[in-house]
Design a protein around this ligand. Structure first.
Ligand code: GLC
Length: 544
């Protein structure tokens, strides 16, 4: 039986940077309404929206101060309802971002707690003695709780206080949030850092890996997800759910995503986006490790396939520099590289996510000074790099390569001022490439049409939506290859990750047919020569 959800492709919009209709320099919900025909043309099914709730924007909306309202800078509840309604007319649904691990310290829960209300104090994780855990945004993970002498836990910024899921009142309040939006007719949810919600009763010091093992993927996390499922989206089977899993394992993601577990539909993990971290550290510069990338794709692809789990597949999101700059020679092979990267995930087993601008091959912005950066993580880490003894030039080069702002620059619509994103002053400068790389120019181009074709294949072919995953040519030094199998077909997908041609034997697939490729003239034989960054998918019917 095919699961209809497995035919869907998700498109991620960072609302603040998508399309501004008011001239205040920030994208808004009406901007999304305006661009629905564009998204319908691309063929996507669901739009994941990053948070648009009231927030002091210390962490760009991941610091929520009111879960059940719209931040006026993005529009009104009426705009939201109209957006949902209009999108439905195009067959497009919305997936909302639920930030349930922590809330802003400006949320009334935290404010009441601070003013001494014991009921709300138990909404947070307060201790007399902090542990040695390090915040994911740098520095200590605990901050003084007013003048009480206690400390509150913040795994992220100091203004994002972790919520105490052990408290049933907290769970109830958060389940109500999910149901509030469910009842507004959305199609799914993306749960922010949801494998961190289950903290143990006794919090232990943990010198390993900044304390992560002490609070990540704890067994109780699975219990909380089952409760959440049962109390909210589990009641509506068509809703699609994905959990963002920080520093997780395959074993846990199988549990989070296996249908019989009744937790979530699928999981995001980030291991494949750490293959250019030197010694596992983000704020470093290193070329990507292709062997490690293959190993990770194969182990996740195969083990999730064999175990009945489901992966969210992605190269880009609002937290990552553009994949083109990381994995491709963008100067010489932008189009070939962009289409190859797309095929490597869209033909794989799992649900593909496209981050806005990826479908037109957007690249990092090439900012020239630190004052162009806005993100709290980048600003904190620039300082940390200086404190560690890096020169300002070295520290800046690292920020340039690694900043989350690389992905957050305005969507490049055309070559007019500010990339056609706003008539005002953009909250974050657009990338320098916009006169050449923009929707108006790329819409008839190679990358956009290749994405359209890949999205359509998933709708048309059971094999792509549901087929199993098997690693292929694991030892090839420059090709990432895998097979998809079902009762009737087998598909071989070959992806050349380098700017040099390479030959590969085709074995059983020598007499197959080409399903899709980013180069036009390829002839199949006992072996095939893959051109720079070529992707080639060969289909074969299985004889019975
Ligand atoms: C997730 C979000 C990121 C945010 C963090 C804290 O990783 O994707 O943008 O900063 O959670 O909410």
């Amino acid at each position: 039986m095919t699961n209809e959800k497995h035919r869907k492709v998700v498109y991620q919009i960072y609302p603040k940077s998508f399309k501004d209709t008011t001239g205040n320099g920030m994208g808004d919900l009406r901007g999304i309404i305006e661009k629905l025909p564009y998204l319908a043309d691309l063929g996507i099914d669901i739009i994941w929206l990053n948070p648009f709730y009231p927030s002091p924007q210390r962490d760009n909306g991941y610091d929520v101060s009111d879960y059940m309202a719209i931040d006026p800078r993005f529009g009104t509840m009426a705009d939201f309802e109209e957006m949902v309604e209009k999108a439905r007319g195009y067959g497009i649904g919305f997936m909302l971002d639920m930030v349930l691990n922590h809330c802003s310290i400006e949320h009334e829960w935290f404010q009441k707690a601070l003013s001494g209300d014991a009921f709300y104090q138990d909404f947070f994780i307060l201790r007399d003695e902090p542990t040695d855990w390090v915040s994911k945004f740098g520095g200590n993970a605990w901050a003084p709780f007013g003048d009480t002498g206690k400390y509150y836990l913040h795994l992220f910024d100091e203004t994002q206080a972790d919520l105490n899921w052990r408290n049933p009142h907290v769970r109830k309040a958060l389940f109500e949030v999910v149901n509030f939006w469910r009842d507004k007719g959305v199609e799914g949810f993306r749960f922010d850092v949801i494998n961190l919600i289950g903290k143990d009763e006794v919090l232990e010091n943990c010198p390993v890996n900044d304390g992560k093992p002490a609070y990540t993927d704890r067994p109780i996390n699975h219990d909380y997800l089952r409760m959440l499922n049962e109390a909210s989206f589990g009641k509506a089977d068509h809703l699609m759910t994905v959990g963002e899993m920080s520093a997780t394992t395959i074993e846990n993601c199988l549990l989070y995503s296996r249908p019989d577990r009744k937790e979530l539909d699928m999981t995001f993990n980030f291991h494949h986006l750490k293959v250019d971290y030197k010694d596992g550290q983000k704020w470093t510069i290193m070329p990507f490790d292709f062997e490690e990338l293959k190993r990770l794709f194969h182990s996740w692809g195969q083990e999730m396939s064999e175990g009945g789990g489901w992966n969210a597949l992605f190269w880009n999101n609002h937290d990552q520099p553009r994949a083109l700059n990381r994995f491709v020679d963008v100067t010489n092979f932008r189009e070939e590289g962009a289409t190859m990267l797309a095929a490597a995930i869209h033909l794989s087993r799992g649900t593909p996510y496209i981050y806005m601008g990826e479908e037109i091959g957007m690249i990092d912005p090439d900012f020239e000074t630190m004052s162009d950066y806005v993100d709290v993580e980048s600003l904190n880490n620039y300082q940390i790099l200086l404190d560690q003894g890096h020169s300002p030039e070295e520290a800046f080069a690292i920020i340039q390569a690694k900043s989350r702002d690389n992905a957050r620059t305005p969507m490049q619509w055309d070559d007019s001022a500010n990339a056609g994103f706003t008539t005002g002053t953009p909250w974050l400068k657009p990338g320098k490439s916009y006169p050449e790389i923009n929707v108006a120019k790329e819409k008839d181009g190679k990358i956009y049409s290749f994405y359209k074709a890949l999205i359509q294949l998933r709708k048309d072919m059971d094999l792509i939506a549901e087929g199993s995953y098997k690693a292929a040519y694991q030892d090839h030094p420059q090709v990432y290859a895998f097979e998809r199998h079902d009762q009737k077909h087998r598909l071989l997908v070959l992806n050349n990750f380098y700017g040099e041609a390479t030959e590969i034997p085709l074995g059983d697939f020598a007499d197959g047919e080409i399903l899709i490729s980013n180069y036009e003239t390829t002839t199949l034989g006992q072996a095939v020569t893959l051109k720079p960054y070529q992707t080639l998918a060969v289909l074969q019917t299985v004889d019975h």
